[in-house]
Design a protein around this ligand. Structure first.
Ligand code: NAD
Length: 360
């Protein structure tokens, strides 16, 4: 079996952290006989420099043909003055919409070794492992009509429309139920069904779907309560599914429970299981080329890719366990460094994870 991975390193620290992820992927590829093959493509600033556009046709074709895309980060001051239409981030948005990547997966995992990095008490967050599934291509961010109009009395009024079709709710719901089946089989659907009609439908469709997934325990929570529960007792959750607007806010809230941006992976999936996997952080131009970037978010993104698009959960588990081992040994890049731990470079961290994998 061959599994085709498209690598898009991007800009800034993208190439540095990609190189570290590949070291570990090479180890699991051999050990688990995964048949991974790689191709490379340009996107963002690097693509603008080489071709004049942030998402060249060649990259899009390669992305369509791949089983999964592993992506670093794009952007930087060099391209900030360009016309909005050809800025680096346009490439990323276009790729997401061309591949119809409607499900955004944002895990919030806090390794117990890093519990001090969270702003919450260690006992509240140590060992946290939750997954937020956010609908990414519908809802109020895209709903029409929208705009700012002038009323008859001369006052201006701004308006947006929160819309979800049944089919859109059903496909993100299915994705979330199936993800919950691979975890602890608990799914919490977050809505505001006491006020918003669109989420009354959301709740109805989730209840209908629950009949098809009797092994998953479905619960519902209003978004205001969910925001509160995430900081009060986040470990009560396993998988959370919600719409675009609520997901945007809750996933950032959950991410910060874990303290460091250098530890956060993400995935965007379509209905074929094809996905793009990337760290939540940007291209960090302030530290690019200095060996200071934490490669662990990229490594955790690679692990998600193995689990969710490449049907290789044991290899994903092995990478995550190796990261735990290296953190146990006290190795830390500057962003997660505390007194008494050992400061290492990007490459030293990547080497240590690959080494721990070889030894496991
Ligand atoms: P950023 O995430 O790149 O950096 C924010 C801060 O976090 C910086 O101090 C940076 O050094 C630090 N940081 C980020 N990743 C780190 C890592 N792996 N290890 C250690 N420290 C890390 O956000 P920004 O500074 O707002 O944006 C920089 C550029 O990245 C901009 O051009 C922005 O448009 C782009 N960006 C790209 C993406 C993406 O490609 N998905 C996402 C966000 C921002």
């Amino acid at each position: 079996m061959s599994r085709k991975v498209l690598r898009i390193a991007g800009d800034g620290i993208g190439a540095e952290i990609m190189a570290e992820a590949i070291k570990s992927l090479d180890v699991v590829n051999e050990r688990f006989q995964l048949g991974l093959t790689y191709d490379d493509a340009l996107m963002g600033g690097a693509a603008i420099d080489a071709t004049g556009v942030p998402l060249p046709d060649e990259t899009l074709e390669k992305a369509r043909a791949a089983d999964a895309i592993l992506f670093g980060a794009i952007g930087g001051p060099k391209w900030d003055q360009l016309d909005r239409a050809i800025r680096p981030e346009k490439g990323l948005l276009k790729l997401r919409s061309e591949l119809d990547l409607f499900g955004n997966l944002r895990p919030a995992i806090l390794y117990p070794q890093l519990a001090d990095a969270s702003s919450l008490k260690p006992e509240v967050v140590a060992g946290l492992d939750i997954l937020i599934v956010r609908e990414l291509t519908g809802g109020i961010y895209f709903g029409e009509p929208r705009g700012i109009r002038t009323l008859e009395n001369g006052e201006r009024e701004g308006f947006n429309t929160d819309r979800y079709r049944e089919s859109e709710i059903r496909r993100i719901g299915r994705q979330a139920f199936e993800l919950a089946q691979r975890r602890n089989r608990k799914l919490c659907s977050v809505d505001k069904a006491n006020v918003l009609d669109v989420t009354v439908l959301w709740r109805e469709v989730m209840d209908e779907l629950a009949k098809e997934y009797p092994d998953v325990e479905l619960s519902h929570m209003y978004v205001d309560n969910a925001a509160m529960q995430l900081v009060r007792a986040p470990k009560q959750f396993d998988v959370i599914v919600t719409g675009n607007l609520f997901g945007d806010i809750l996933s950032d809230e959950a991410a910060m429970l874990t303290g460091s941006i250098g530890m956060l992976p993400s995935a965007s999936l379509n209905s074929k299981g094809q996905g793009m996997y990337e760290p939540c952080h940007g291209s960090a131009p302030d530290i690019a080329g200095q060996g200071k970037a934490n490669p662990l978010a990229m490594l955790l993104s690679a692990a998600m890719m193995l689990r969710y698009s490449l049907d290789a959960a044991p290899a994903a588990d092995a990478i995550e366990a190796a990261i735990g081992k290296v953190l146990d040994q006290g190795l830390r890049t500057p962003d997660i460094y505390t007194d008494g731990t050992r400061l290492v470079t990007t490459a030293e961290m990547g080497d240590a994870v690959a080494e721990a994998l070889r030894g496991s």
